[in-house]
Design a protein around this ligand. Structure first.
Ligand code: GLC
Length: 435
């Protein structure tokens, strides 16, 4: 078991240059390490006691959808007194493209982004490649502050590789001037959609579609992997029922075909036209729609937890992001200081109040400012409680691509639901077997 502790910038730099000595070899795409687990660090870590003295240049990379929130939080937290000089780089919105950019940067051993806003589903992939610094010692100093489910998303084999930044759960946005009460089943959403202007969601072939499909499928009783994670459980009558409902929604016109090109941003823009009666989106869209200039919109919508599949329990998919530090960072202490500042209660409040991004600190939910800014916090709490994580696997991106590409084929009419489910099942089996 190797132990590394970057206690001084000089040591950090040596480590950053002598990569193989700092925790394994990146080239083989496999786990590349010596096991991990057992509660001991297997890759470089940053000593939390170095935060106070840390200073200098740090770059944070964040997706376009939340980059303004990141910029505002940096401005508020990383003041001159912090001694940090922070740059913000914008990454693409699409989760898959962000992931690809991260992978490219790490393969090139680039230290350009010290800190990344990393989707909760990437921890296993990045940690298995030993691309992230181990932040367990830091987390131990603050463990009790975080909502437990958010901390779990930063964990891989008993160690923490990130610090939770925001949590996310899908919500059903609905027009209160057209719908009396929020539907309780997906079947009701589809049945009512046509009369109220349609239902929009994320159906482009990318991570967002995997999420949108799983929200329905989990509630119908579907699964992605077997319980021990060793094989695919995708080819099931439950997943088929969920996909059929979604395909029928497009065929009937309850859902406009345009959704086949929608990610989160396009979905929010579509809702903002004032036409759709329903939208599935994350909390971030709330503050945008509350400032909408479209006549009659901002005072005539509300959000509810996602409905259930008829006969099933409501379900959802846990989203969100963690702040992670690249092992190639040339200023790991400064990076940790920034991560610390951006995950403090003030930063949570700012993100919640100005950007309706859901805090990961338990105490934030008692903050009157947060309560006022998130009047839907009860719905959000239920949504987060109902939410399940996506499969935790180093092969997650392949598994997800198998789901999103095949669900998209069925939605666009290029495959029958049954054929799409079978094809996804084969691809998931192949992905699981590679790891
Ligand atoms: C949101 C969620 C993230 C999810 C992504 C899908 O950013 O926070 O977890 O993977 O959307 O598009």
């Amino acid at each position: 078991m190797r132990h590394f502790r970057w206690t001084t910038p000089a040591v950090a730099l040596t480590c950053a240059l002598a990569l193989a000595a700092c925790g394994g070899d990146d080239d083989n795409g496999s786990d590349g390490g010596d096991g991990g687990g057992g509660g001991e660090a297997r890759v470089a870590s940053v000593d939390p006691t170095t935060i106070e003295a840390a200073k200098g240049k740090v770059t944070i990379c964040a997706p376009a959808l939340t980059v303004e929130a990141a910029r505002a939080a940096v401005k508020q937290a990383a003041t001159e007194a912090s001694g940090l000089d922070v740059d913000v780089i914008t990454l693409p919105d699409a989760a898959d493209e962000q992931n690809a950019q991260f992978v490219r940067r790490q393969r090139a051993q680039s230290g350009e982004c010290d800190v990344f806003e990393s989707d909760v589903v990437w921890t296993a992939q990045f940690a298995a490649q030993e691309w992230l610094l181990d932040l367990t010692d830091y987390i131990e100093t603050r463990k009790d502050e975080f909502i437990p489910s958010t901390l779990e998303t930063a964990q891989y084999e008993d160690r923490y590789y990130g610090v939770p930044e925001k949590t996310d759960a899908g919500l059903l946005y609905y027009r209160t001037d057209r719908v009396d009460t929020a539907p309780e089943t997906w079947q009701q959403v589809y049945a009512q959609a046509e009369e109220v202007g349609g239902f929009v969601y994320q159906a482009k072939a990318y991570e967002g579609l995997t999420v949108n499909f799983l929200e329905v499928a989990y509630s119908a009783g579907g699964e992605v992997l077997s319980e021990d994670g060793s094989s695919s459980a995708f080819n099931s009558p439950e997943n088929l029922k969920a996909l059929e409902l979604m395909v029928d929604g497009i065929k009937s016109g309850a859902v406009p075909r345009a959704v086949l090109t929608f990610q989160e941003g396009e979905t929010q823009e579509a809702f903002d036209t004032g036409d759709p009666g329903f939208m599935r989106n994350w909390p971030y869209a709330y503050s945008i729609e509350k400032q909408s200039k479209t006549k009659g919109l901002k005072d005539n919508f509300d959000v509810a937890p996602l409905p259930a599949f008829e006969g099933g329990e409501p379900a959802g998919v846990l989203g969100g992001s963690n702040l992670v530090i690249s092992r190639y960072s040339k200023n790991p202490e400064g990076a940790l200081k920034l991560v610390d500042l951006l995950t403090k209660p003030d930063a949570m409040t700012l993100r919640a109040v100005d950007y309706s991004l859901a805090p990961v600190l338990t105490a934030s939910y008692d903050d009157p400012e947060v309560k006022k800014a998130l009047p839907f916090s009860d719905a959000l709490k239920t949504a987060v409680e109902n939410a399940r994580s996506r499969p935790v696997s180093a092969a997650y991106t392949q598994i997800s691509a198998a789901i999103s590409s095949n669900v998209a084929r069925a939605l666009s009419g290029r495959a029958t639901p049954q054929a799409a489910i079978e094809e996804a099942d084969k691809a998931i089996s192949a992905a699981v077997n590679t790891f």
